[in-house]
Design a protein around this ligand. Structure first.
Ligand SMILES: Cc1cc2nc3c(=O)[nH]c(=O)nc-3n(C[C@H](O)[C@H](O)[C@H](O)COP(=O)(O)O)c2cc1C
Length: 170
């Protein structure tokens, strides 16, 4: 069961969850999910959006570029599952099948599942993406974050739906 929410009612929880990390799910050749610590919930062109930053080397990037859809999964009450965070923040979908680690919940609108263990769910469709231009970033940041290139692409996701996954009552 899904309880629809106004995503901005949960902005405090969502933004504070970026520090330990949220999950960014994609569903191209297969389901995949990775931990993200950078992101924005907001409004652009009058559209409610969630923005993510994905490095070139991520399996997630190849999936996102194919499908232009993603889903954000947020734990409620800081209920982080250490194994999921460890695996999803350090291992790649190129090497493992991350669907084996979570219980999936079918999406309503973007064909990209949510995760039952991280019930607050934001379904998005990419409406704009842009590669970072390293010559426009301060040198000290480039030196710290991009010594080997592998820059980020920014994806602006239009929010299509937002809800909390609830356990089905028997
Ligand atoms: C706390 C934390 C935050 C992270 N934030 C990001 C991020 O915002 N963007 C990014 O590209 N990678 C980020 N990563 C790294 C990816 O989660 C990690 O490289 C992951 O294994 C990529 O999976 P994939 O290859 O299946 O896409 C973060 C990792 C951690 C632990």
């Amino acid at each position: 069961m899904k309880e629809k929410i106004n995503v901005f009612d949960y902005s405090d929880l969502i933004i504070k969850s970026l520090k330990p990390g949220l999950l960014l799910n994609t569903n191209g050749d297969k389901f995949n999910s990775m931990v993200i610590g950078w992101g924005h919930l907001g409004v652009v062109w009058g559209i409610e959006t969630f923005i993510v930053y994905v490095r070139q080397s991520r399996y997630t990037k190849s999936q996102l570029d194919k499908t232009e859809r993603f889903t954000i999964s947020v734990p409620m009450n800081n209920e982080i599952h250490p194994e999921i965070f460890k695996v999803f923040g350090s291992q790649s979908g190129k090497d493992i099948n991350k669907a084996d680690y979570v219980l999936l919940e079918e999406a309503n609108l973007n064909n990209t599942p949510g995760i039952k263990q991280y019930p607050l769910t934001i379904e998005c469709e990419v409406i704009y993406s842009q590669d970072q231009e390293l010559d426009k970033i301060p040198t000290e940041i480039v030196d710290r974050h991009y010594p080997e290139g592998d820059f980020h692409t920014m994806y602006i996701g239009k929010i299509l739906d937002a809800y909390i996954i609830k356990e089905d009552k028997i």
